[in-house]
Design a protein around this ligand. Sequence first.
Ligand SMILES: [Zn+2]
Length: 190
Amino acid sequence: MPQTLKDLLLGEMALRHRLLSEEQLDLCIQQQIDERHRRPLGKIMVEKGFIRNDVLEALLRTQRRAMDEFEKNADYGRLFGKTAVLKGYITEEQLTQAVRAQARKHARGVKAKIGQVMLELGLITISQFWEIIHEQGDFTCGNCRQRIDRPFFRGPAILCQNCKSPAFEVTTDSPGPKPRRRTIRRKTEG
Ligand SMILES: [Zn+2]
């Protein structure tokens, strides 16, 4: 049985605030899995003596706020995720995997859209990403003002089919060096 989103957020936040180590968190999660009746993860953290009860209470308040915020922002994600499943690009399980990865980022203070997370996890391609967002509305090139319907794809960028300027860039925060976008400036005079 996978962890609930709430416990996942709580664990990530505890790590982020350096209240316990990853090994200690893993011990708590394992204990939770081993017990027949699932108890809240925070209770196990306190019981094992890793965090104090008053610290847990403060952490739970932060976790509730984060959970509310996460759910408020999840509307776009739900539509995107549902479309990806309906189109057969991903399975329900993969959608769950993506939502959990997104929640983990959220707990670390990184706000990522579900589509970005799916791209990072390699669950969808950039052209599938485009197919999904295109279904949700029309896109006009900010440069040439033409409607984008058959764009080009280059790395994480979606390029306008008319003027080839990046129409939509999917920003990722995956670790490691970020590829720099090369901008070619043309001298236009007169
Ligand atoms: Zn254009």
